[in-house]
Design a protein around this ligand. Sequence first.
Ligand code: ACO
Length: 402
Amino acid sequence: GVDLGKLLSQTGLVTLDPGFVNTAACKSDITYIDGDAGILRYRGYPIEELAAKSNFIEVSYLLIYGELPTQAQYDEFADRIQRHTLLHEDLKQFFDGFPRDAHPMPVLSSAVSALSTFYQDSLDPFDQNQVELSTVRLLAKLPTIAAYAYKKSVGQPFLYPDNSLGLVENFLRMTFGFPAEPYEVDPALTRALDLLFILHADHEQNCSTSTVRMVGSSEANLFASISAGINALFGPLHGGANSAVLEMLEGIHANGGDVDSFVERVKNKEPGVKLMGFGHRVYKNYDPRAAIIKKTADEVLGKLGANDPLLEIALKLEEKALADDYFVERKLYPNVDFYTGLIYKAMGFPTKYFTVLFALGRLPGWIAHWREMLEDPARKISRPRQVYTGEAERSYRSIGER
Ligand code: ACO
């Protein structure tokens, strides 16, 4: 019951904790992680059970509303999302302004930021109807935006959403289909992408989610807060890691597949050489999401007919690292991104696009945290302190005297 923050601020004491390694910024009911035991639960449900039995829409509902939906609640939620997939026609022109080789992440965050200008009837964080509307709009429109960003990058025409399809199928069709041509969505592919979205859907106070909460704490609207989260996810140490893993595997492959010498370079801490997809701030054990993905990667790659030499390199790397003192001592295990890139590649997504898929998966988590933060009666604007290390007071000298 002691409010430590209040107590400390009364004493004038400031704690310094770079990277917030030990500092909790909030209380949350959404996701439980035990990093030592490798446990992850959404609203109490083990990730393994959700991965095996649920789907992304249901998991989104669970994260945002706290309980699994009844059939009626599920149908209404899915139906509302289905009816909001279209983008405002003028928003389409937005994509024309970007260079064709633009990275899709800033395209995504810019388009989401622009939603604040197109949907001004859902910006009030304290009007419940508007919050529901912006929630549904984001869940429905982000896949459309993501597909448009892809089409723009490959110079192909945009496809309107087909609302007879589910969210993931619709996204795959808009991404890989062509206008006026039938596109058969492979159910194995749909299920695999749905599963990857479930596994990425929330991960408590990671960098992008903390960003969403922080921006939202100023009472910025949901679109603005999510746009900031997408930009946080863009960095290579966070959402960019899935692309970086693939680039690393391709680099090893191009060098004749020499895993041993690569691991030596990592251990020698050559600048810029890390075992990407390994290590995690919270997990000091096997990331439970990586365990699920590893099991499905083989299956999915097999089903998609991909016989990827990079998978073999990944398996060798993992085996070698798990038996090596450098990694064992530092408790470095594969994280969720170690295998996802291989699956995305087999599905036909270009490397640059992987982080966009992470954003699609993480969206319900961001929304759930933004809503929880605003509903918290103890809510305060996020405003960390600092320990000043600059100059003591000194006098201004005019420019000619310096
Ligand atoms: N390869 C080699 N060494 C590593 C790695 C790695 N991937 N990760 C950590 N280490 C080493 C560090 O060099 C450090 O060694 P030292 O004690 O000798 O200095 C030690 O392990 C501890 O690492 P920190 O950097 O202090 O750990 P931190 O919690 O700050 O970083 C992070 C976590 C950013 C995930 C890091 O492990 C990393 O950069 N991994 C690679 C990138 C990656 O896969 N990111 C995805 C994260 S998961 C996600 O966003 C979905």
